[in-house]
Design a protein around this ligand. Structure first.
Ligand SMILES: [Zn+2]
Length: 83
């Protein structure tokens, strides 16, 4: 992904920039800034798919929260606080 410095280090899926579980705060903001809501949702699903393959022991609910739920309320979208 062009321009995204906070990218995942696979197969651990920790951020290779700050070491937090990816997508970390800066990565989320950067991706949300770069993509539209639909593109972001598709990207989130792709990551979910890859991450579940890399980390088969991860609970699905946890993976969903981490990789998909955030993209439904991207940090840079104004006015969605009540969603
Ligand atoms: Zn990071």
């Amino acid at each position: 992904m062009k321009g995204v410095e906070h990218g995942p280090s696979r197969p651990s899926w920790d951020c290779r920039e700050c070491g937090q579980p990816w997508p970390c705060g800066p990565a989320r903001k950067q991706l949300a800034d770069e993509m539209g809501i639909v593109q972001l949702a598709m990207y989130a699903w792709m990551n979910f798919d890859d991450a579940v393959a890399d980390m088969p022991d991860m609970p699905v609910a946890e993976a969903y929260e981490r990789f998909i739920a955030w993209a439904r309320r991207p940090p840079s979208t104004p006015g969605t606080g009540a969603l």
